[in-house]
Design a protein around this ligand. Structure first.
Ligand SMILES: *[C@@H]1O[C@H](CO)[C@@H](O)[C@H](O)[C@H]1NC(C)=O
Ligand SMILES: *[C@@H]1O[C@H](CO)[C@@H](O)[C@H](O)[C@H]1NC(C)=O
Ligand SMILES: *[C@@H]1O[C@H](CO)[C@@H](O)[C@H](O)[C@H]1NC(C)=O
Length: 475
């Protein structure tokens, strides 16, 4: 029976022409035992562990149950691969112990229209049919608030198989980090306009309530909020509250609309946008010669700040035959067209718009189209573990607008050089996937790891402030 399952698993996992879509079954191998789970949402293939040699697709064990992510062409340790545990994750094993406020549902799932029973703060998330759905379209770009919250909720559920990166603890004094479950981007996207007789928008109201709530908590007062984690990925989210809550660690898209004392790379974490185009399967990804378009760009031409470079590039590139340069935001069927365009292109431009970052970079990555980043102020997720020069081309804005510069540069990149970057891209795609349940080295896992890497610097700041506390108390 075991061999039968194992061989069918091999067929499912490794056959390029498998009969079933890869996403239908998931393989788990724990202590030499194969587990198959059906999971329709997940796009990620788990590394396969053979029962004999313990790993085929992963590197040397680091310690019990932990493996480094294997990067066949990339060579570097990208994230700690934690074998998904079939038992619930225990607080001692987890990288990060997280306390989450039981904020009323109006701050989170209530914004998705979810209504619990009286006194029920959180939806039941062990049944995927009952998980409130995050709205699709462009809202999804900033949905990490939702994925992170779901992951924390599931961290105490034995029925959910996930990497043991973060675990929710119920006692805040045992926590490394205090998570604030406010869906700030959704609140901005859906509730910043006044409705009916409202004098103040729901988005403003919630932020004011949040500031009042947080600053009254002992958990906040303890370290002045420094160990709090607030997700504010949409550049306009938390506009009213960010100044007052600026001591906390933020999860952001970039720092474009923040003063440096409120948000900066020392304190905060950059999270990838959720891509809006579909992920290309590695097996279906077109190689160099099957990508007829050299350079692809689609986006709004008129941007408020910093976006003039788009117009200049448009005039430089519009008459080139192997360049696709089109204007207009992508929505509806445009998403499919853009995805198709990117998957048929060798290079995809990411030009600064009214913010330094956009989901376009992540759309390019999941299309395996080598990103060309022309945005001097961009911040990139997990850059302390990912060397973006191995998957992207960076061009300074001042160079990009020189006549002939960009196309000469890109035409000068050989097929071999391009193919190396394409292979690297395919390896990194998993770091930009948001999904539930979270899978090893996906975006949720990577964000928790990035947060964990900041914890010691938070403690350092707290301890330094403590230096003279005792003598001040005695005095
Ligand atoms: C794996 O094996 C070890 C040692 O035999 C055991 O302690 C652990 O509980 C096992 N884990 C699972 C998930 O079965
Ligand atoms: C989900 O959890 C609840 C209690 O938290 C339990 O009553 C219910 O049976 C569980 N459902 C599934 C599908 O496991
Ligand atoms: C929370 O943890 C602290 C420190 O471990 C302990 O002193 C306290 O009693 C705990 N509180 C509760 C309610 O369990």
């Amino acid at each position: 029976m075991f061999l039968l399952i194992l061989s069918s698993v091999f067929l499912l996992q490794f056959g390029n022409t498998s009969l079933l879509p890869r996403s239908v079954f998931k393989l788990l191998l724990v202590n030499g035992t194969v587990y198959l789970r059906s999971n329709v949402q997940n796009e990620l293939k788990l590394p396969f562990f053979s029962s004999e040699s313990s790993q085929v697709d992963a590197q040397t064990p680091v310690k019990n149950g932990d493996f480094t992510c294997h990067k066949p062409n990339y060579g570097k340790k990208m994230c700690i691969y934690r074998q998904p545990s079939l038992d619930s994750c225990d607080a001692d094993q987890a990288l990060l112990r997280v306390y989450m406020y039981d904020l009323p549902s109006e701050f989170h799932f209530g914004l998705l229209g979810w209504k619990g029973k009286p006194n029920q703060v959180w939806p039941e998330i062990n049944d995927s049919n009952r998980i409130p759905v995050y709205p699709g379209g462009l809202n999804l770009q900033h949905s990490m608030e939702y994925w992170l919250t779901l992951d924390l909720l599931s961290s105490n559920m034995p029925s959910v198989v996930r990497p043991c990166a973060a675990i929710r603890v119920m006692n805040s004094s045992q926590a490394d980090i205090i998570f604030v479950p406010f869906f700030a981007s959704l609140s901005y996207n859906r509730h910043s306009k006044l409705r009916g007789k409202e004098k103040v928008s729901v988005n403003k109201l919630l932020q004011n309530k949040l500031v009042k709530f947080l600053t009254a908590q002992n958990e906040w007062k303890r370290f002045g909020g420094k160990d709090h984690l607030i997700v504010a990925h949409h550049p306009n989210s938390m506009l009213d509250a960010r100044g007052k809550l600026g001591a906390a660690m933020f999860v952001l898209a970039d720092f474009g609309r923040y003063p440096a004392e409120i948000a900066n790379i020392e304190k905060d974490v950059i999270a990838p946008y959720r891509h809006v185009v579909k992920t290309i399967r590695s097996a279906d990804s077109a190689p160099f010669e099957k990508r007829p378009i050299l350079v692809f760009f689609q986006g709004a031409i008129y941007r408020k700040d910093g976006g003039t470079i788009r117009q200049e590039l448009y005039y430089l590139l519009k008459d080139e035959k192997d360049v696709h340069f089109a204007f207009g935001t992508i929505q509806g069927n445009g998403v499919n067209q853009a995805g198709h365009g990117m998957a048929s292109s060798k290079f995809c431009l990411n030009i600064a718009g009214d913010t330094p970052s956009s989901n376009r970079l992540f759309d390019a990555i999941v299309s395996h189209c080598v990103p060309v980043i022309i945005s001097d102020e961009i911040e990139l997720p997990f850059e302390d573990v990912i060397d973006y020069s191995e998957i992207c081309i960076f061009v300074r804005g001042s160079d990009a607008v020189k006549k002939g510069y960009l196309l000469n540069l890109l035409r000068g990149i050989t097929k071999d050089q391009w193919t190396k970057m394409w292979e690297n891209l395919k390896e990194t795609v998993r770091h930009y996937q948001y999904q539930y349940p979270s899978q090893p080295c996906d975006a949720v896992d990577m964000i928790w790891e990035a947060v964990a890497r900041k914890v010691s610097s938070i403690r350092l700041r707290i301890h330094r402030e403590n230096r003279y506390r005792r003598s001040e108390r005695i005095k």
